[in-house]
Design a protein around this ligand. Structure first.
Ligand code: ZN
Length: 150
């Protein structure tokens, strides 16, 4: 794995930790368990705790000490500022994803409907077009042939 891929992935990991904290306050171990359950991927405490410290330094999380079993655990809560920060990140992320999906959506050359799944493709006058169905393709082809004959 290249250095860039590694840092990209760890950025995603941090992002997902933020998602989990936004859902519920949790301790480091709980975050790790949830992360691994959801993504089926291992996550190291050496990534979790420095990230939580950073969030704390920024005032994005507050820590509550709770006795769980015999151990005192630090429960991390997102503060109001932390929630705002998270919502900001989610919005930015969903914007990026929407753009990526939109750019992959094709439009039927016949009727203009969005083609989310399989499209019917035909080459007309040397150009490839996508259609929602054969009927749109036929209508479009008729129209094109008509145009070219004049
Ligand atoms: Zn169509």
């Amino acid at each position: 794995m290249s250095i860039n891929e590694k840092s990209l992935l760890s950025d995603f990991t941090r992002f997902y930790l933020l998602v989990l904290l936004y859902e519920n306050p949790n301790h480091g171990y709980g975050l790790r368990v949830k992360f691994e359950e959801r993504l089926g991927k291992n996550i190291s405490f050496s990534l979790i705790y420095p990230f939580l410290s950073k969030l704390e330094a920024k005032g994005y999380v507050s820590i509550e000490r709770k006795l769980i079993g015999h151990k005192e655990k630090k429960i991390y809560h997102l503060t109001e500022a932390g929630k705002k920060f998270a919502e900001n990140m989610f919005q930015r992320f969903s914007g990026i994803i929407d753009t990526a999906i939109e750019s992959n959506i094709q439009i039927c050359a016949g009727c203009g409907i969005k083609l989310y799944q399989n499209s019917y493709q035909e080459i007309i006058n040397g150009k490839k077009y996508s259609f929602c169905c054969r009927h749109c393709a036929a209508a479009f082809k008729n129209n094109e042939v008509h145009k070219h004959n004049h």
